[in-house]
Design a protein around this ligand. Sequence first.
Ligand code: FES
Length: 114
Amino acid sequence: MEGAPTRRILEVVNKCPTQALIWKYNKDLTSEEQKAQRHGTREEENPKTLSGTPQRSKIKIMKDGPIVVEGLYTVIGTDDQELKPTTMTSFCRCGSSHSLPYCDGTHRKIGFTD
Ligand code: FES
């Protein structure tokens, strides 16, 4: 979308039902800013800080370790509530983490292998 005002671009991207379209600031956001961004409630947007390029999330399966998700995404728990807002998460793949669904490094202690 070229030539459209920042506000209009954000409206269109925020309404994308598949979340295939995303936007981000070219700076690290606080968790509150990330939450406001996802819910389209941010009051001020500075066009000079927008990347203009949609970022794709990346999911990497680590050998003998967790699944690392990086990018803009929302994690919904079994109670349909949003878990911690972040741009990178390691999900346990060994099943032995003490903070499921997140990896806490226990896979190394138990010798988890693929
Ligand atoms: S993969 Fe790291 S604790 Fe399970």
